[in-house]
Design a protein around this ligand. Structure first.
Ligand SMILES: CSC[C@H]1O[C@@H](n2cnc3c(O)ncnc32)[C@H](O)[C@@H]1O
Ligand SMILES: [Zn+2]
Length: 444
């Protein structure tokens, strides 16, 4: 067995305690063997000597906090190519005037280049797992495989503006991608059926796709209740709110996860809790597009699993989940009109264990037997001094650039800020070139 040991740091445990402990990993199995004295598969603590047995590889965590790898539970990674391309507009105008026209010109090569840039940015900020809804998902999967991260991937379906044949083909492609890519990258890739939203996919296509997804045992991921302009037409046309409509078409299951959930009334929150459907809160995107403030405190109090997502880099404009933690805590207090709402430990849990739970992926916890997905955050920095409470720092003061090492599935993806699985300079240059060519093609 090959082992990796993260030494000399303090560890954030699943119950929120922080203690000094080494973390020993079975790099072949990709699992955590021991955290300090706690050892996988044994009732008794490890005996003296076990801890000091040498590991094949070590990562220095002196002065650092070892945390579960962060989970970005909703993004469109390739949209890094559109970072800063169209800002300061509300969702509908932004999508229709700027984003959809330029996305129509994207090639699979562009999507691979943009995804690699996004994944590079995520590894450098401690993210080890993400959910991605986009196009050319075989190319997205290639990047995930090479980079060593985990992902829940799906082809995004939009049927508005399409004739019947094209709409059906889009649904078929999403189902085919979900079947073909599931289990790829040594099991690090899982899939979902991903209709874009309840308004951009027609009811017939939603029902057909969801029925097939249920038969295949594939979860459903879509944008829901993001803006008032999306909720109102559903209420006007159907006489029910979006989450009731989602239940009618059988898209409200315990493995499903919806992005945004900004405009939810009490009955919808109750339904989500009963169904076990998770919400992925995207606070930066919701603020930038002025979509609104999600009722995060109420959702959590009702028992809904709330994860965090950056959304795409065109509406954020970065993929740093540390920013999302801070934004979620700040905005959650404003939304609840209560400074005690959405506290530091809650957003850390949302970015880790709840993210893994929402996506149905391993990780999110540092404990023996869990997946060896973790990030080592260097606390030795002016903006992190003094350390009264490390969990407070994670939520309110740390940044992605404070991450020193990133590990996923037992493999070191970044050591001392050097990404080992991707050629960072080449990825950056290729993406910059692809973005420039894309804009030039569209402007012609
Ligand atoms: C059909 S693939 C995904 C699709 O979603 C678009 N998108 C990006 N951000 C958002 C958002 O906040 N709400 C709705 N849709 C969004 C993206 O540009 C792709 O077209
Ligand atoms: Zn989105």
């Amino acid at each position: 067995m090959n082992t990796l040991r993260v030494t000399g740091g303090r560890v954030l445990h699943p119950d929120g305690r922080v203690t000094a402990a080494d973390v020993t990993i079975d790099s072949d199995a990709g699992t955590i063997l021991a955290v300090g004295d706690e050892t996988a598969g044994e009732d008794e603590p490890a005996e003296d000597g076990d801890e000091s047995a040498s590991a094949d590889e070590t990562l220095d965590a002196e002065g650092s906090l070892v945390i579960p790898g962060l989970v970005n539970a909703h993004t469109h990674a390739a949209m890094t190519l559109l970072r800063g391309y169209a800002d300061d507009k509300p969702l509908d105008a932004w999508l229709q005037e700027d984003i959809w026209p330029i996305e129509a010109a994207l090639t699979p090569d562009d999507i691979e280049a943009g995804t690699a840039l996004g994944v590079l940015e995520m590894i450098r900020s401690g993210t080890t797992a993400f959910a991605d809804m986009y196009f050319a998902m075989d190319r997205v999967a290639d990047v995930v495989d090479r980079a060593g991260v985990r992902a829940r991937l799906g082809h995004g379906v939009v049927t508005v503006g399409k004739d019947e044949a094209d709409a059906r083909a889009d649904v078929k492609e999403s189902l085919a991608v979900a079947a073909e890519l599931d289990g790829a990258a040594d099991g690090r890739i899982r899939t979902a059926f991903m209709p874009h939203s309840l308004t951009t996919v027609g009811e017939t296509y939603l029902r057909e796709g969801i029925e097939a997804a249920r038969e295949a045992g594939v979860p459903i991921h879509l944008h829901a209740n993001e803006t008032v302009d999306e909720v109102d037409p559903i209420v006007d046309e159907r006489g029910v709110r979006p989450i009731a409509y989602a239940a009618e078409i059988d898209s409200l299951g315990p493995d499903d996860f919806f992005a945004h959930g900004v405009h939810l009334d009490d009955s919808e929150i109750e339904r989500l809790a009963e169904a076990g459907t998770a919400i992925v809160h995207c606070p930066a995107s919701n603020m930038k597009l002025a979509s609104g403030m999600a009722p995060v405190q109420r959702l959590r109090e009702a028992g809904v699993t709330v994860a965090l997502g950056t959304d795409g880099a065109a509406s954020n404009n970065d993929l740093d989940v540390f920013d999302e933690m801070r934004d979620a805590a700040m905005l959650g207090k404003l939304a609840a009109d209560d400074a005690a709402a959405v506290p530091a430990d809650a957003v850390v849990e949302m970015a880790t264990a709840a993210g893994a739970e929402a996506l149905g992926l391993p990780g999110g916890r540092i404990e023996p037997g869990a997946a060896a997905d973790l990030a080592v955050v260097d606390l030795d920095a002016p903006h992190l001094t003094p350390v009264h409470d490390p969990v407070s720092h994670l939520a309110y003061a740390a940044r992605g650039s404070d991450v020193r090492h990133t590990v996923c599935d037992g493999e070191v993806l970044m050591r001392d800020r050097e990404v080992l699985t991707l050629d960072a300079a080449a990825v950056q240059e290729r993406a910059a070139d692809a973005a420039a060519d894309l804009v030039a093609r569209v402007d012609d």
